[in-house]
Write a protein that binds this ligand. Structure first.
Ligand SMILES: [Zn+2]
Ligand SMILES: [Zn+2]
Ligand SMILES: [Zn+2]
Length: 174
């Protein structure tokens, strides 16, 4: 077992979303530094003792937790600054990977990556106007009405023989 003398930093960290990996604190001014840190990706039990399986990962930390060396690197790599497409966290690369390359990720966390993917799926659905009330809505490609209430209302109107003129886009009436 690695029983190094007391340090103020734990041996490894857990991956977090929305807060600093090292201190769990918020990112001040929505700014983070992406550093290389030992992250536990799984905790198993060996002889009744928990054992963390760790790997080096690029994770965001707050401005309080970035160390001097990382800050110098971040200054060097200012051009790599980017913001998370999901939560808009501004991230400065502050570490190089094993191959010496600047961190090139897009998202601050796996959670943001998943949310963004899910979000862009619904964004791919085009806006259309409801054939009954004219409200713009996002729906399946073959959807013609914004709600089942509108679909039924339209159906009833058709049964009664009076189908209203197409809704003008400028109409503010309900
Ligand atoms: Zn921190
Ligand atoms: Zn994010
Ligand atoms: Zn409608």
């Amino acid at each position: 077992m690695n029983t190094s003398p007391t340090r103020n930093r734990p041996d490894f960290f857990f991956r977090k979303a929305g807060c600093c990996t090292r201190c769990d604190g918020p990112f001040r001014e929505s700014t983070a530094y992406v550093v290389a840190e030992k992250i536990a990706w799984k905790v198993i039990e060996v002889n009744g003792e928990p054992l963390a399986l760790t790997q080096r990962e690029m994770v965001p930390v707050c401005s309080d937790c970035v160390d001097v060396r990382e800050r110098v690197l971040a200054d060097d790599m200012k051009g790599g600054k980017r913001s998370c497409p999901n939560c808009s966290l501004i991230m400065f690369p502050a570490a190089r990977n094993r191959l010496g390359a600047v961190w090139n990720g897009r998202f601050c966390s796996k959670r943001c990556e998943q949310r963004h993917r899910r979000g862009s799926k619904s964004a791919a659905r085009p806006y259309r106007h409801c054939g009954c009330c004219g409200t713009s809505f996002r729906g399946r490609v073959d959807a013609r009405y914004c709600s089942s209430a509108c679909r039924q209302a339209r159906y009833r109107m058709r049964l009664e023989g009076h189908v209203p003129a197409p809704v003008a886009s400028s109409g503010g009436q309900k």
